[in-house]
Design a protein around this ligand. Structure first.
Ligand SMILES: [Zn+2]
Length: 261
């Protein structure tokens, strides 16, 4: 790994009729010390370690974790890295302590165990530098969201996390799931003003291309998830593709009747 970062998981912009999938982005940072920007969700726990080891990084080698915000699908694996300091913005700490009864995807018990471990480092203000990476506030999705940016090969990369969850949000400025949509729009603008490349919280890497009058945002890859059924599963697997609201959804079912999302 010779770069400043390696994408361990690209996010996936999916939801289902049993809830948000929560397949988020997680990034290995390498700036003399190893760190993580977000840690993915509980379901990715084993695969996260596999992917780190594929980069010759062991869990005990991770010195720091920068958390974009404190939703379960970004923070669930902080306990796997016992030597890591964990950076989180003070506005997010306030959100966890004051709003977790309304923001139900905040794992508040995990915050208390993190706090008691002594590993939490609180970031304050609008922007700064942490572990040699620039961070800046990008509130809206939650009040304490932060993004980080850095230069590589003369271009600016922004790890946006859920300030920009996917391509559509980057293109339209409109977001789904925000505590403050107006702030979200401002945060998206702040990111677009500086980024050549954006890694969203729940989508593949995006390229920002500028002409004299227009800014184009394009996907730079494919966010692909393979779903497997239990080996030799006896019932038929059915897949239906639906058109809805100008988009598409897929229903996957095993046995019995399947219903649209
Ligand atoms: Zn989130």
């Amino acid at each position: 790994m010779n770069q400043l970062f390696h994408v361990l998981f690209e996010g996936f912009p999916g939801k289902s009729n049993r809830g948000f999938l929560g397949w988020s982005s997680a990034v290995l940072l390498n700036n003399r010390r190893f760190g993580l920007f977000d840690t993915a969700g509980f379901g990715e726990r084993i695969e996260l370690i596999n992917r780190l080891r594929a980069q010759n990084v062991q869990p005990q080698d991770i010195d720091f974790i920068i958390l974009s915000h404190f939703h379960f699908d970004h923070v669930a694996n902080i306990s796997l890295f016992p030597h890591a300091k964990v950076y989180l913005h003070e506005s997010e700490v306030r959100h966890i302590l004051e709003d977790s009864s309304v923001d139900l995807v905040v794992p508040v018990e995990l915050f208390h165990s993190l706090y008691e471990s002594g590993r939490l480092v609180i970031l304050r203000g609008e922007k700064g530098v942490v572990e040699n990476y620039d961070w800046f506030r990008t509130p809206g999705h939650t009040p304490g969201c932060i993004s980080i940016s850095f230069q590589q090969n003369g271009e600016t990369f922004v790890l946006a996390a859920d300030a920009i969850k996917n391509l559509l949000e980057a293109q339209t400025g409109e977001v789904w799931m925000s505590t403050n949509p107006e702030m979200s729009r401002e945060s998206i603008k702040k990111i677009l003003d500086r980024a050549d490349w954006i890694l969203p919280g729940h989508d593949r890497l995006l390229h920002v291309r500028r002409t004299d009058h227009t800014t184009f945002i394009e996907a730079a890859g494919e966010s692909k998830v393979d779903i497997a059924f239990a080996k030799d599963y006896p019932n038929e697997v059915s897949v239906q593709i639906h058109e809805e609201d100008g988009g598409q959804s897929i229903t996957i079912g095993v046995g019995g009747v399947i219903h649209g999302v």
